[in-house]
Design a protein around this ligand. Structure first.
Ligand SMILES: [Zn+2]
Length: 245
């Protein structure tokens, strides 16, 4: 009997769930695993969610959130303030603050660089809102993006940088990884000679809990292409960013 047990488990893992009682999250996870993709907190999984399924996932998260409130011994039946909290929190996670995990990236039209722009261009400050993967506490800050185009670079509208940033930041993130993800995305879309991103943010997990330091900020940057090689260009970019110390 024990000889057959491992086989039974394997079969369960690879058979896609057809059963209607199977939680939505299980079905989505099976598709991700079948495609051998990663599903970390800051990964986008929109490719594995079919139309209408996000609402079923919302129902599932609502039920689980109810369980969390129950375990925290909060009387959600009689406390009118928390009666719909489970639903609100689930909706906030899936459809607002972590939307960048569950929806496709913004449609961005790229244009050829008709004017042959080749001067340093800086976009920012763009306000960004995220949450840390460790505590799901808000991370709120600003980013500046420096682009050095060449004649083959695609040009995107200025507001599009903010939309790309919003999509990347709308996931539980780690600031260092968030800027790298954003840099990869902009690099892929526009193919500039150089790309630089600086992010400065307040981490509420340091102000609200932990060391309770309200003033500390984390600053980090990524430099790509000519920004890595050309120290003067890097200096010019950093000097043009009007950061308040
Ligand atoms: Zn944290």
């Amino acid at each position: 009997m024990s000889k057959n047990a491992p086989e039974a488990i394997t079969a369960l893992e690879v058979t896609p769930s057809q059963d209607h009682g199977t939680p939505m999250s299980v079905k989505i996870r099976e598709r991700i695993l079948a495609a051998r993709k990663r599903y970390h907190a800051n990964d986008n999984i929109a490719d594995f969610i079919q139309p209408g399924e996000l609402d079923l996932l919302l129902d599932e998260v609502t039920e689980k959130m109810k369980g969390v409130l129950e375990s925290m011994v909060i009387d959600t039946e009689n406390d009118h303030n928390t009666q719909n909290t489970a639903r609100r929190v689930a909706k906030m996670y899936l459809k607002e603050v972590f939307k960048g995990r569950y929806v496709e990236g913004p449609e961005i039209t790229e244009f050829p660089n008709a004017e042959h722009l080749n001067e340093l261009m800086i976009v920012g400050p763009i306000t960004v809102r995220s949450a840390c993967s460790h505590h799901l506490c808000p991370v709120i800050g600003k980013i500046w993006i420096g682009v050095l185009p060449n004649e083959h670079t695609n040009v995107i509208g200025l507001s599009k940088y903010a939309r790309l940033a919003e999509w990347i930041m709308g996931r539980p993130q780690i600031q260092e990884e968030a800027v790298v993800q954003l840099a990869d995305l902009i690099q892929r879309k526009t193919q500039p000679d150089g790309l630089a991103i600086v992010m400065e943010a307040s981490h509420f997990c340091m102000g609200w809990r932990g060391v309770k330091d309200m003033d500390s900020k984390m600053i980090n940057s990524v430099m790509r292409g000519v920004f890595l090689k050309d120290i003067n260009l890097r200096r010019e970019f950093l000097a043009l960013i009007p950061r308040k110390a």
